[in-house]
Design a protein around this ligand. Structure first.
Ligand code: NAI
Length: 236
């Protein structure tokens, strides 16, 4: 029987590349996204369109995954949003929505799959954080809080479930070429790239490689960790 992963935000960018790599490694996939995701490129996948900040959607998705594939071996909390503003001008909704999608949904999804993982004494929870969750970034206090929250939550959760064979880790991307960074002008991209020792943006593949390592059997003794994949932008 193949391993089973749930991936949020799987329609594009880092989530889609992660799904492709896990598929190449023989995993079955439950793909969650606001947008509908085509499954024809995968050998064994179910896609559900919905909002991960909706608790009912999360619970129903976890149930459907078990019905279709029998269990969940790995949860990749990848879906994330930004709603940038200076703290002074930030609207409550901008704060609430970013925290709900990036942080609260992570907790709820993990809760929905945790019991099965505990029973089987095996599981991988992998959270896509961000370098700014450690470094901070002006204009992104909501996003930064959500990513820092993810890192702290992984450490507490990692301690709670370690004895049950479940690992909880983060991958913290630096500056990665996806639609999230596509909104920047060429000039902005060049300025940011100049501050990165490797002098270029990373790719979704760079992040997918770290995620698939954490999902692997070989990473069984790694928990509560954050793997920074940022071209040397922040050596932390
Ligand atoms: P993206 O914007 O290309 O893809 C995000 C996906 O998540 C989209 O398909 C979107 O529809 C989905 N999504 C958003 N809100 C959702 C919701 N409420 N329910 C279900 N699906 C939802 O983003 P990208 O660049 O692939 O980022 C993936 C993760 O990596 C995010 O958590 C992001 O914060 C993080 N990250 C990205 C960096 C970058 O430079 N691209 C840098 C650091 C972190």
């Amino acid at each position: 029987m193949s391993n089973v992963a749930v991936i949020t935000g799987a329609a594009q960018g880092i989530g889609r590349r992660t799904a492709q790599v896990l598929n190449e490694q023989g995993w079955s996939l439950l793909l969650l996204d606001l947008q509908s995701v085509g499954t024809s490129e995968y050998s064994s996948a179910l896609a559900l369109a919905g909002d991960i900040s909706d608790e009912q959607f999360v619970e129903s998705a976890a149930k459907q995954c078990v019905e279709k594939f029998g269990r969940v071996d790995a949860l990749v909390n990848n879906a994330g949003i930004t709603q940038d503003n200076l703290a002074m001008r930030m609207k409550d909704e901008e704060w609430d929505e970013v925290i709900a999608v990036n942080m609260t949904a992570t907790f709820k999804l993990a809760k929905a799959v945790q019991r099965g993982m505990m029973k089987r004494r095996n599981g991988r929870i992998i959270n896509i954080a961000s370098v700014v969750g450690v470094m901070g970034n002006p204009g992104q206090c909501n996003y930064v809080a959500s990513k820092a929250g993810m890192i702290g939550w992984s450490k507490a959760m990692g301690q709670e479930v370690a004895s049950r064979g479940i690992t909880v880790n983060c991958v913290a991307p630096g500056f990665i070429a996806t639609s999230m960074t596509e909104v920047l002008t060429d000039d902005q991209k060049a300025k940011i790239s100049a501050t990165i020792p490797m002098q270029k943006m990373g790719s979704a593949q760079d992040i997918a490689a770290a995620v698939t390592y954490l999902a692997s059997e070989e990473a069984g003794y790694v928990t509560g960790a954050t793997i920074h994949v940022n071209g040397g932008m922040a050596m932390i």
